[in-house]
Design a protein around this ligand. Structure first.
Ligand code: DNO
Length: 387
């Protein structure tokens, strides 16, 4: 019986959770990225090697690159996209030459994951990340003032947003804005003006266009990845439905079928993120895992709890709406078939206990994730022993 590889996301030398801390969690693999390299620029081999040495000095292995961000020009297939695709290929080759076997990326227009609160207090007193439609509408309609924003929300949300906007203090509005536009720790923050400009680039890009742009990108990079032995893992949209008027193309089984069949190369695979996919009630995660099978190259395990309006918070890893037992079982069956360990990481965790007294990267505090890792590991062993 083969266990999955336990990994841990580490944001690099500025991460408040050190590699020595990670070593104590029992995780063996590190998931990391060179966040200081601007989007689109080449990851040079010596920079990758430097990070790798640092990780290995702590007796850990750099197992997965998450992420090499895809430049907006590639997603919109405009401007310098040809140059950026070539540079992406070079980065893939350089990652391969340093012996890191998996690269995660996403194709979400403009923003990476989007939430409206980073410190939503759950019943235990711990804090979780939260997505609320009314708050998103407050940001979109009244702060960002995106053209056509109102039409993106139903009457009920619009009315609530108007009232909530009036009740929020300038500080609260500012904080909401910072949360919605929060990117990746250590990367450049954007302003509402930047955001409007970035959104504008998608005015004439619909779902089909975006799918074409992704297909083009994949048809260019998948053969390179295959040739140098790297597996690509596309991360789903988070949340998995259209927001801010943008198209979404990595949210459902239909989307994955399109991506995997359109560029039918074994290097073209998926980062199976249960937290992202689970925020849509249309997704049956265990069935999806089964269907994607060995094209799952990397796994993020996390849970979420939705309400009737589609708002959701990040629940305990084994709690929430995702049936983690069924999902884990399916993943373990794939894993046994595959014969080599598939890396997984506890994705996000609550801010709890001592985490609450520290400044941590949202979703990435030590204790909350450690709890998730420990629970998932127990679940994994229990299932494996009973298979
Ligand atoms: C959030 C993460 C994402 C993910 C990227 C992959 O916590 O799961 O930011 O790293 O979307 O490209």
């Amino acid at each position: 019986m083969i266990l999955m590889e336990q990994t841990w996301r580490w944001f690099g030398p500025n991460d408040p959770v050190s590699l020595a801390d990670v070593k104590q969690t029992g995780a063996t693999g590190i998931v990391s990225a060179l966040h200081h390299i601007p989007h689109g620029e080449i990851w040079q081999a010596d920079e990758i090697e430097k990070r790798k040495m640092e990780i290995e000095k702590a007796r850990l292995t750099w197992s997965v690159v998450e992420s090499i961000t895809v430049h907006e020009d590639i997603k919109t297939r405009s401007g310098n996209y040809k140059k950026y695709i070539e540079q992406y290929k070079t980065s893939i080759r350089n990652v391969a030459s340093c012996g890191i076997p998996i690269i995660t990326y996403n194709f979400m227009p403009v923003n990476d994951w989007t939430r409206t609160s980073l410190d939503y207090e759950i019943l235990t007193g711990a804090k979780a990340l939260y997505f609320n439609w009314v708050d998103l509408a407050v940001f979109d309609i009244f702060i960002l003032k995106r053209k056509g924003a109102t039409a993106s929300y139903n009457d009920n949300i619009q009315q609530q947003a108007e009232q909530r906007f009036k009740s929020y203090s300038p500080e609260q509005l500012d904080s909401l804005s910072g949360v919605v536009m929060f990117g990746i720790p250590g990367e450049k923050r954007i302003t509402t003006a930047d955001m409007l400009k970035k959104l504008e680039a998608y005015t004439d890009i619909d779902r089909n266009d975006l799918q074409e742009n992704l297909s083009h990108f994949l048809s260019e990079i998948a053969p390179v990845a295959q040739e140098c032995g790297v597996k690509l893992a596309i991360h789903p949209d988070d949340p998995p439905f259209p927001i801010l008027g943008l198209p979404r193309i990595v949210s459902s089984m239909e989307d994955f079928n399109y991506i995997l069949n359109r560029v039918n190369n074994p290097a073209n695979g998926v980062c199976f993120c249960t937290g992202s996919l689970g925020a849509s009630s249309k997704n049956d995660l265990a069935a999806m895992a089964k269907e994607i099978g060995e094209r799952i190259h990397f796994i993020h395990l996390r849970n979420i709890k939705k309400d009737e309006e589609g708002n959701f918070f990040e629940a305990e890893h084994l709690g929430g709406d995702n049936d983690m037992y069924a999902i884990m079982k399916e993943l373990l069956l794939i894993q046994q078939k595959k014969g080599t360990p598939i890396p997984f990481r506890p994705d996000h965790g609550h801010q709890m206990l001592d985490d609450l007294n520290k400044i941590t990267n949202p979703g990435y505090s030590a204790i909350g994730r450690l709890r998730g890792l420990a629970e998932l590991r127990g679940l994994e062993m229990g299932i494996l022993r009973s298979l």
